[in-house]
Design a protein around this ligand. Structure first.
Ligand code: UDP
Length: 339
Protein backbone atom coordinates (compact mmCIF):
# COMPACT_ATOMS: atom_id res chain seq x y z
CA UNK A 1 0.00 0.00 0.00
CA UNK A 2 0.98 3.63 -0.47
CA UNK A 3 0.50 6.32 2.15
CA UNK A 4 0.78 10.05 2.50
CA UNK A 5 1.84 11.39 5.89
CA UNK A 6 1.41 15.15 6.25
CA UNK A 7 3.78 16.27 8.98
CA UNK A 8 5.79 13.10 8.42
CA UNK A 9 9.04 14.73 9.55
CA UNK A 10 7.57 15.38 12.98
CA UNK A 11 7.99 13.25 16.05
CA UNK A 12 4.90 11.03 15.61
CA UNK A 13 4.94 11.20 11.81
CA UNK A 14 8.49 9.89 11.58
CA UNK A 15 7.65 6.91 13.80
CA UNK A 16 4.59 6.21 11.67
CA UNK A 17 6.70 6.37 8.49
CA UNK A 18 9.14 3.89 9.99
CA UNK A 19 6.36 1.45 10.95
CA UNK A 20 4.75 1.64 7.49
CA UNK A 21 8.08 1.02 5.75
CA UNK A 22 8.66 -1.95 8.04
CA UNK A 23 5.32 -3.37 6.87
CA UNK A 24 6.57 -3.18 3.29
CA UNK A 25 4.45 -0.14 2.34
CA UNK A 26 5.42 2.95 0.36
CA UNK A 27 5.50 6.29 2.17
CA UNK A 28 5.19 9.86 0.92
CA UNK A 29 5.97 12.55 3.44
CA UNK A 30 4.86 16.15 3.03
CA UNK A 31 6.39 18.48 5.58
CA UNK A 32 7.57 22.09 5.56
CA UNK A 33 9.77 21.54 8.62
CA UNK A 34 7.97 24.30 10.52
CA UNK A 35 8.02 22.15 13.65
CA UNK A 36 9.30 18.85 12.21
CA UNK A 37 12.96 18.24 11.51
CA UNK A 38 14.91 16.54 8.78
CA UNK A 39 16.88 14.89 11.56
CA UNK A 40 13.79 12.78 12.35
CA UNK A 41 13.75 11.23 8.87
CA UNK A 42 17.42 11.32 7.87
CA UNK A 43 17.74 7.57 8.47
CA UNK A 44 14.76 6.92 6.17
CA UNK A 45 15.76 9.14 3.26
CA UNK A 46 17.82 6.51 1.46
CA UNK A 47 15.01 3.94 1.71
CA UNK A 48 13.67 3.13 -1.76
CA UNK A 49 10.03 3.18 -0.60
CA UNK A 50 10.37 6.51 1.21
CA UNK A 51 9.73 9.81 -0.58
CA UNK A 52 10.10 13.17 1.10
CA UNK A 53 8.60 16.42 -0.21
CA UNK A 54 9.59 19.66 1.44
CA UNK A 55 6.47 21.76 1.12
CA UNK A 56 3.47 23.09 2.97
CA UNK A 57 0.08 21.38 2.91
CA UNK A 58 -1.22 24.67 1.57
CA UNK A 59 0.49 23.88 -1.76
CA UNK A 60 -2.74 22.52 -3.24
CA UNK A 61 -1.19 21.09 -6.39
CA UNK A 62 1.46 19.13 -4.50
CA UNK A 63 -1.13 17.96 -2.00
CA UNK A 64 -3.50 16.81 -4.76
CA UNK A 65 -0.73 14.86 -6.51
CA UNK A 66 0.40 13.11 -3.34
CA UNK A 67 -3.14 12.30 -2.28
CA UNK A 68 -3.68 10.82 -5.73
CA UNK A 69 -0.60 8.60 -5.30
CA UNK A 70 -1.79 7.30 -1.92
CA UNK A 71 -4.30 4.81 -0.59
CA UNK A 72 -4.49 6.34 2.89
CA UNK A 73 -3.74 9.88 4.10
CA UNK A 74 -2.42 10.30 7.63
CA UNK A 75 -2.94 13.96 8.43
CA UNK A 76 -0.53 14.85 11.23
CA UNK A 77 0.64 18.27 10.06
CA UNK A 78 -0.41 20.73 12.74
CA UNK A 79 0.81 23.43 15.06
CA UNK A 80 1.28 21.58 18.36
CA UNK A 81 2.67 22.21 21.81
CA UNK A 82 1.19 24.58 24.36
CA UNK A 83 4.11 27.02 24.21
CA UNK A 84 3.88 27.37 20.42
CA UNK A 85 0.15 27.91 20.67
CA UNK A 86 0.47 30.63 23.29
CA UNK A 87 3.21 32.37 21.31
CA UNK A 88 1.75 31.96 17.81
CA UNK A 89 -2.03 31.75 17.96
CA UNK A 90 -2.52 32.98 14.37
CA UNK A 91 -0.30 30.24 13.00
CA UNK A 92 -2.11 27.67 15.13
CA UNK A 93 -5.49 28.56 13.77
CA UNK A 94 -4.37 28.90 10.16
CA UNK A 95 -2.39 25.68 10.02
CA UNK A 96 -4.84 23.58 11.91
CA UNK A 97 -8.12 24.67 10.40
CA UNK A 98 -7.24 25.71 6.85
CA UNK A 99 -4.72 22.86 6.46
CA UNK A 100 -7.19 20.19 7.50
CA UNK A 101 -9.84 21.53 5.18
CA UNK A 102 -7.41 21.36 2.25
CA UNK A 103 -6.48 17.76 3.08
CA UNK A 104 -10.10 16.67 3.41
CA UNK A 105 -11.04 18.43 0.21
CA UNK A 106 -8.19 16.83 -1.75
CA UNK A 107 -8.95 13.38 -0.33
CA UNK A 108 -12.67 13.64 -0.96
CA UNK A 109 -12.15 13.89 -4.73
CA UNK A 110 -11.09 10.23 -4.76
CA UNK A 111 -12.58 9.17 -1.42
CA UNK A 112 -9.22 8.26 0.08
CA UNK A 113 -9.35 7.38 3.78
CA UNK A 114 -8.06 10.25 5.95
CA UNK A 115 -6.83 9.58 9.47
CA UNK A 116 -6.74 12.92 11.18
CA UNK A 117 -4.90 13.60 14.42
CA UNK A 118 -6.81 15.47 17.08
CA UNK A 119 -5.83 15.95 20.70
CA UNK A 120 -6.96 15.34 24.27
CA UNK A 121 -6.80 19.14 24.61
CA UNK A 122 -10.30 19.22 23.14
CA UNK A 123 -11.69 17.92 26.46
CA UNK A 124 -10.50 21.23 27.90
CA UNK A 125 -11.27 21.84 31.56
CA UNK A 126 -13.64 18.92 31.91
CA UNK A 127 -13.17 17.07 35.20
CA UNK A 128 -15.16 14.01 34.16
CA UNK A 129 -12.22 11.62 33.98
CA UNK A 130 -11.73 9.26 32.31
CA UNK A 131 -12.69 11.21 29.20
CA UNK A 132 -15.13 9.41 26.91
CA UNK A 133 -15.25 10.35 23.25
CA UNK A 134 -18.87 11.53 23.40
CA UNK A 135 -18.37 13.68 26.53
CA UNK A 136 -18.91 17.45 26.57
CA UNK A 137 -15.92 19.62 25.73
CA UNK A 138 -15.28 22.37 28.30
CA UNK A 139 -13.16 25.15 26.87
CA UNK A 140 -12.09 28.44 28.47
CA UNK A 141 -12.51 32.02 27.28
CA UNK A 142 -11.38 33.09 23.80
CA UNK A 143 -9.17 35.71 25.44
CA UNK A 144 -6.95 32.86 26.68
CA UNK A 145 -4.93 31.88 23.63
CA UNK A 146 -4.20 28.39 24.93
CA UNK A 147 -7.80 27.42 24.12
CA UNK A 148 -7.31 28.33 20.47
CA UNK A 149 -5.51 25.02 20.02
CA UNK A 150 -8.38 22.98 21.45
CA UNK A 151 -10.90 25.03 19.47
CA UNK A 152 -8.95 24.61 16.23
CA UNK A 153 -8.70 20.85 16.74
CA UNK A 154 -12.39 20.60 17.68
CA UNK A 155 -13.16 22.40 14.43
CA UNK A 156 -10.94 19.90 12.58
CA UNK A 157 -13.02 17.13 14.09
CA UNK A 158 -16.26 18.82 13.02
CA UNK A 159 -14.84 19.23 9.52
CA UNK A 160 -13.77 15.59 9.28
CA UNK A 161 -17.08 14.28 10.60
CA UNK A 162 -19.01 16.60 8.27
CA UNK A 163 -17.09 15.38 5.22
CA UNK A 164 -18.01 11.85 6.27
CA UNK A 165 -21.66 12.67 6.90
CA UNK A 166 -22.31 14.85 3.90
CA UNK A 167 -19.87 13.58 1.27
CA UNK A 168 -19.21 10.02 2.40
CA UNK A 169 -15.52 10.90 2.60
CA UNK A 170 -14.06 8.19 4.89
CA UNK A 171 -12.33 9.61 7.97
CA UNK A 172 -11.03 8.36 11.30
CA UNK A 173 -10.37 10.93 14.03
CA UNK A 174 -7.80 9.93 16.64
CA UNK A 175 -7.65 12.00 19.81
CA UNK A 176 -4.05 11.61 20.88
CA UNK A 177 -3.23 11.89 24.59
CA UNK A 178 0.28 12.88 25.71
CA UNK A 179 2.43 10.87 23.31
CA UNK A 180 6.11 10.53 24.16
CA UNK A 181 9.22 8.76 22.97
CA UNK A 182 12.56 9.21 21.26
CA UNK A 183 12.84 12.20 18.89
CA UNK A 184 10.29 14.35 20.71
CA UNK A 185 11.84 17.69 21.53
CA UNK A 186 11.13 20.08 24.40
CA UNK A 187 11.25 23.26 22.34
CA UNK A 188 7.48 23.48 22.10
CA UNK A 189 6.93 22.94 25.81
CA UNK A 190 6.51 19.14 26.02
CA UNK A 191 7.26 18.06 29.52
CA UNK A 192 9.09 14.72 29.24
CA UNK A 193 11.89 15.77 26.86
CA UNK A 194 12.32 18.95 28.91
CA UNK A 195 12.65 17.05 32.18
CA UNK A 196 15.05 14.48 30.70
CA UNK A 197 17.29 17.13 29.16
CA UNK A 198 17.32 19.12 32.41
CA UNK A 199 18.10 16.00 34.47
CA UNK A 200 20.93 14.93 32.17
CA UNK A 201 22.40 18.45 32.18
CA UNK A 202 22.20 18.67 35.98
CA UNK A 203 19.96 21.73 35.53
CA UNK A 204 16.88 22.37 37.68
CA UNK A 205 13.85 20.29 36.66
CA UNK A 206 11.15 22.89 36.09
CA UNK A 207 7.66 22.00 37.23
CA UNK A 208 5.01 24.46 36.11
CA UNK A 209 2.32 25.14 38.74
CA UNK A 210 2.01 22.85 41.78
CA UNK A 211 3.03 19.66 39.99
CA UNK A 212 -0.14 18.02 41.27
CA UNK A 213 -1.69 18.16 37.81
CA UNK A 214 -1.53 14.73 36.20
CA UNK A 215 -1.15 13.20 32.76
CA UNK A 216 -0.95 9.74 31.18
CA UNK A 217 2.07 9.23 28.93
CA UNK A 218 1.75 6.91 25.98
CA UNK A 219 4.72 5.32 24.22
CA UNK A 220 4.75 6.48 20.60
CA UNK A 221 5.07 2.82 19.50
CA UNK A 222 1.71 2.10 21.17
CA UNK A 223 0.21 5.17 19.52
CA UNK A 224 1.34 3.94 16.10
CA UNK A 225 0.12 0.40 16.79
CA UNK A 226 -3.30 1.81 17.75
CA UNK A 227 -3.51 3.96 14.61
CA UNK A 228 -2.45 1.12 12.31
CA UNK A 229 -5.00 -1.23 13.85
CA UNK A 230 -7.71 1.41 13.47
CA UNK A 231 -7.06 1.87 9.75
CA UNK A 232 -7.58 -1.86 9.36
CA UNK A 233 -10.95 -1.67 11.13
CA UNK A 234 -13.90 -0.79 8.92
CA UNK A 235 -16.13 0.16 11.85
CA UNK A 236 -13.63 2.85 12.92
CA UNK A 237 -14.58 4.94 9.88
CA UNK A 238 -16.61 8.01 10.82
CA UNK A 239 -15.58 7.63 14.48
CA UNK A 240 -13.61 9.64 17.02
CA UNK A 241 -11.31 7.44 19.11
CA UNK A 242 -9.11 8.22 22.13
CA UNK A 243 -5.55 6.93 21.73
CA UNK A 244 -3.34 7.02 24.80
CA UNK A 245 -2.28 5.28 27.96
CA UNK A 246 -4.33 5.37 31.15
CA UNK A 247 -1.38 5.04 33.55
CA UNK A 248 -1.78 8.34 35.41
CA UNK A 249 1.05 10.22 37.12
CA UNK A 250 1.36 13.71 38.58
CA UNK A 251 3.91 16.01 36.96
CA UNK A 252 5.76 16.09 40.28
CA UNK A 253 5.79 12.28 40.22
CA UNK A 254 7.13 12.36 36.67
CA UNK A 255 9.94 14.71 37.75
CA UNK A 256 10.90 12.22 40.46
CA UNK A 257 10.85 9.27 38.06
CA UNK A 258 13.06 11.14 35.58
CA UNK A 259 15.47 12.19 38.32
CA UNK A 260 15.74 8.61 39.55
CA UNK A 261 16.11 6.94 36.13
CA UNK A 262 18.88 9.39 35.17
CA UNK A 263 20.62 9.28 38.57
CA UNK A 264 20.49 13.05 38.41
CA UNK A 265 21.48 15.50 41.13
CA UNK A 266 19.15 18.13 39.64
CA UNK A 267 16.97 20.13 42.01
CA UNK A 268 13.23 20.10 41.36
CA UNK A 269 11.88 23.65 41.10
CA UNK A 270 8.40 25.13 40.76
CA UNK A 271 7.56 27.92 38.32
CA UNK A 272 4.17 29.69 38.45
CA UNK A 273 2.07 29.25 35.30
CA UNK A 274 1.97 32.95 34.52
CA UNK A 275 5.76 32.97 34.28
CA UNK A 276 5.95 29.70 32.36
CA UNK A 277 3.24 30.60 29.84
CA UNK A 278 1.16 33.76 30.08
CA UNK A 279 -0.78 35.63 32.77
CA UNK A 280 -4.01 33.82 33.64
CA UNK A 281 -2.85 30.54 32.03
CA UNK A 282 -5.27 27.70 32.81
CA UNK A 283 -3.92 24.17 32.97
CA UNK A 284 -5.85 20.92 32.78
CA UNK A 285 -5.68 19.21 36.15
CA UNK A 286 -6.19 15.63 35.04
CA UNK A 287 -6.23 14.04 31.65
CA UNK A 288 -7.09 10.37 31.46
CA UNK A 289 -8.51 8.64 28.38
CA UNK A 290 -11.30 6.10 28.43
CA UNK A 291 -9.86 3.34 26.25
CA UNK A 292 -12.93 1.14 25.96
CA UNK A 293 -13.68 2.27 22.41
CA UNK A 294 -10.11 1.76 21.19
CA UNK A 295 -9.95 -1.65 22.78
CA UNK A 296 -13.35 -2.70 21.43
CA UNK A 297 -12.43 -1.65 17.90
CA UNK A 298 -8.86 -2.95 17.81
CA UNK A 299 -8.41 -5.43 20.68
CA UNK A 300 -5.42 -3.31 21.73
CA UNK A 301 -4.67 -0.84 24.50
CA UNK A 302 -1.37 0.97 25.09
CA UNK A 303 0.39 -0.51 28.11
CA UNK A 304 4.12 0.27 27.92
CA UNK A 305 5.12 1.13 31.52
CA UNK A 306 6.24 4.70 32.19
CA UNK A 307 9.69 3.66 33.44
CA UNK A 308 10.38 1.86 30.17
CA UNK A 309 9.26 4.92 28.20
CA UNK A 310 11.45 7.25 30.27
CA UNK A 311 14.45 4.94 29.84
CA UNK A 312 14.03 4.96 26.06
CA UNK A 313 13.83 8.74 25.98
CA UNK A 314 16.91 9.02 28.22
CA UNK A 315 18.84 6.61 25.98
CA UNK A 316 17.87 8.68 22.95
CA UNK A 317 19.12 11.91 24.53
CA UNK A 318 22.37 10.23 25.56
CA UNK A 319 22.90 8.82 22.10
CA UNK A 320 22.22 12.22 20.55
CA UNK A 321 24.63 13.93 22.93
CA UNK A 322 27.24 11.31 22.06
CA UNK A 323 26.87 12.05 18.34
CA UNK A 324 27.21 15.79 18.89
CA UNK A 325 30.43 15.49 20.94
CA UNK A 326 33.90 15.11 19.47
CA UNK A 327 35.19 11.51 19.38
CA UNK A 328 37.36 11.77 22.53
CA UNK A 329 34.54 13.30 24.58
CA UNK A 330 32.14 10.65 23.27
CA UNK A 331 34.40 7.90 24.59
CA UNK A 332 34.55 9.43 28.04
CA UNK A 333 30.80 10.18 28.18
CA UNK A 334 29.83 6.64 27.16
CA UNK A 335 32.21 5.35 29.79
CA UNK A 336 30.40 7.49 32.37
CA UNK A 337 27.01 6.29 31.13
CA UNK A 338 27.96 2.66 31.57
CA UNK A 339 29.07 3.09 35.21
N1 UDP B 1 5.12 21.14 32.29
C1 UDP B 1 6.03 21.33 33.32
N2 UDP B 1 7.32 21.65 32.98
C2 UDP B 1 7.75 21.77 31.69
C3 UDP B 1 6.81 21.56 30.66
C4 UDP B 1 5.50 21.25 30.99
O1 UDP B 1 5.70 21.21 34.50
O2 UDP B 1 8.93 22.04 31.48
C5 UDP B 1 3.73 20.75 32.66
C6 UDP B 1 2.63 21.50 31.92
O3 UDP B 1 2.31 22.71 32.60
C7 UDP B 1 1.50 20.50 31.99
C8 UDP B 1 2.22 19.14 31.90
O4 UDP B 1 3.57 19.40 32.30
O5 UDP B 1 0.82 20.55 33.20
C9 UDP B 1 2.22 18.51 30.52
O6 UDP B 1 2.68 19.47 29.60
P1 UDP B 1 2.86 19.20 28.05
O7 UDP B 1 3.08 20.52 27.38
O8 UDP B 1 3.87 18.13 27.84
O9 UDP B 1 1.48 18.56 27.60
P2 UDP B 1 -0.04 19.05 27.82
O10 UDP B 1 -0.63 17.92 28.59
O11 UDP B 1 -0.07 20.33 28.58
O12 UDP B 1 -0.54 19.16 26.45
Amino acid sequence: MRHLITGGAGFIGSHLAEALLKRGDEVFVLDDLSTGSVENIRHLKSHERFHYFFDSITNKQMLAELVDESDIVFHLAAAVGVRLIVESPVRTLETNVYGTQLVLDAASKKKKLVVTASTSEVYGKSDKVPFHEDADLVLGATTMSRWSYAASKALDEFLALSYWKERKQPVIVVRLFNTVGPRQIGRYGMVLPNFVRQALDGAPITIFGTGLQSRCFCDVRDTIESILRLVGTESAVGEVINVGSDEEISIEGLARVVKKRTNSESAITYIPYDQAYEPGFEDMQRRVPALTKLQKLTGFRPATPLTEIVDRVVAHFQEKAGKELPAAATRSSSATASV
